[in-house]
Design a protein around this ligand. Sequence first.
Ligand SMILES: [Zn+2]
Length: 294
Amino acid sequence: MRRYKEQESREFKRRKRKQAIRRKILGFCAFTFLLGVLCGRIVFAKGDKDFVETLAEYAQKDINEEKDLEPDIEAGVEGQGFSGNLLTAGEETQEEEAWKLTLVNKWNPVEEGYKPALAEIENNYYFDARAVGYLQEMLADGRRAGLDFWVCSAYRTVEKQTELFEDKVRRVTYETGLTGEAAREKAGTEVAYPGTSEHNLGLAVDIVARDYQILDEKQARTDEAQWLKENCWKYGFILRYPTDKTEETGIIFEPWHYRYVGEQAAKEIMEQGICLEEYLDAVQTHEKETSEKI
Ligand SMILES: [Zn+2]
């Protein structure tokens, strides 16, 4: 019996020891696990920090690179340090932008059946959709400066141009007594022959002062006409029929008629006081000389 009790007590102690060992193992495991989690967090946190720092570095690098670009762009404009291929760039641009310089006058009619994609300027007047934005910007800027523009003509179909021209011939006959070809010729200096008006091209617009809507030379004295003459080139427009270019253009002075040619050509034309015909002649001569040199 005693022996049994001793045995029981030994068994009890053994169990106790086993339990203690199990607790120690569990404790150790729990401690290791906790340690692991803690270390993991630190590592993750450090990783995150590094990652954030790396992102910050990249962002800064981008900013620096953008800053570095600025002087290059300016240098390009100044013509210094520009390493791009100017010739190729020029050729591509020329082809892309040829539509802006399409010549239409009494010797160069619009291609038969030509109809550009149109967009409304305002009040049911339409313009070539590729350039309408520049025109609207010009009108908006002028209006902000206090001017009161009135658009009185823009895109015209050839049929409409025929109507206007025939109307003009009748008026010339009534006023001067001229008839036949003589009357048509005289009318042709004021209203373009059907198919030979820039209004058929969709790149011309007639703008007058709202309080002086008469199409005569006095239009040039209005603030609206003066502002347009001074600022049109910034939006890619030119005063198409200046006072002293009737021989070249075939049209009398029209202070209300503006033509879109793109900013670069507009700047050169207005600065040099030439007309589109002279500008295109100069470009052609320059191209010929350049190709002869090559
Ligand atoms: Zn016009």
